[in-house]
Design a protein around this ligand. Structure first.
Ligand SMILES: [Zn+2]
Length: 329
């Protein structure tokens, strides 16, 4: 399984521009955005949401917070599992939402922290003692001028052979390692695993360079349809992905003025025009759909129209609630 597919398999999400968007990455305990219906869609996967990263205050990205808090509090499971909400510093609307929720739900059974963050904020999300350090990082998104908007990415600390040793034969490398120590041959670098744009015009190349998976706003199919700035088109996202050598793209926040069939039909032309050769997916409502003609997404029929993917009961071991219990609400 490719690295992009692995990340897509780890994701529980939903996206419909204007209505709701959220993306849970179970392996990182990270929830990007929390639009309406988030708790209902995630069901017991919601216990995985340790860190909730709100890109901006718009209702389709933040309107599910109250439901998420109630699900954490009253669904049978790890009701005391702490949760932190990261949101853009300098967003009066987010501060209003926070105050309302704090007043409305004053006694939650789990520790809830609200943390305004700015571009450059970093958080270690790998477990203590993990072999590889993994960080969450916030960056500025280009969406809405009047209030701060963020995107988020996951970066992994890795080691590689220093470029000056790249052309040497294995026995020469072994000799140097013997003389000066293995560490002297290596350098640290950061590998970008995952990028979530939030709502945004195309992100800067440096933010997404070399990412395994780029979840990017793709509100419009073509520039002709553009009604407002602060969003991207599918063509812009594919061009960015090619230039930044991204392994896979997940189009999100696509306007539902288009049908999935229309998007599929446009793909060969868009891929030819942009020259992007990586994996291409779209989050279509609650299911990821493959768009580049490669293997189909689970639950897809031969006609290429997706059928609803059954995700309940939850797959495998990641539901922190007791097996087989129903929510009492
Ligand atoms: Zn928005």
């Amino acid at each position: 399984m490719g690295v992009t597919t692995h990340l897509v398999e780890m994701m529980e999400g939903y996206s419909k521009a204007l209505y709701s968007s959220f993306f849970l990455f179970r392996n990182y305990d990270l929830l990007f955005d929390c639009g309406e219906g988030c708790a209902a869609r995630l069901d017991r996967h919601q216990f995985r949401a340790r860190w909730v990263c709100i890109s901006h205050y718009h209702h389709d990205h933040s309107g599910g917070l109250k439901g998420l808090f109630l699900a954490r509090a009253y669904t049978k499971g790890s009701n005391d599992r702490e949760m932190t909400i990261y949101y853009p510093e300098g967003s009066p609307s987010m501060e209003r939402l926070r105050r309302w929720l704090e007043r409305d739900l004053p006694r939650l059974p789990f520790p809830l922290e609200w943390a305004p963050v700015s571009p450059g904020f970093r958080l270690r999300v790998s477990q203590q003692g993990a072999r590889v350090p993994i960080d969450l990082e916030a960056f500025a998104a280009d969406h809405y001028a009047r209030e701060a908007c963020l995107g988020f990415r996951i970066v992994e600390g890795r080691k590689r052979l220093k470029p000056e040793y790249a052309g040497l034969l294995p026995n020469e490398i072994a000799r140097i390692a013997h003389q000066t120590g293995h560490d002297s041959l290596m350098e640290d670098y950061e590998k970008t695993i995952l990028v979530y744009s939030g709502d945004s015009a195309p992100l800067p190349v440096e933010i997404v360079r070399g990412a395994d998976l780029l979840l990017h706003d793709a509100t419009f199919l073509s520039e002709r349809d553009r009604e407002e700035p602060g969003h991207a088109s599918v063509e812009q996202v594919l061009t960015l992905a090619r230039v930044a050598e991204v392994s896979g793209v997940m189009l999100v926040h696509t306007s539902h003025r288009y049908s999935l069939r229309t998007v599929r039909k446009a793909m060969p032309r868009l891929l030819r025009r942009t020259g992007y050769q990586g994996d291409v997916w779209i989050q279509w409502l609650d299911r990821p759909e493959r768009l580049d003609g490669q293997e189909s997404a689970p639950g897809e029929n031969a006609a290429g129209e997706g059928v609803r993917r059954e995700t309940h009961p939850p797959r495998g071991t990641d539901a922190l609630g007791p097996q087989g219990t129903e929510a009492p609400l």
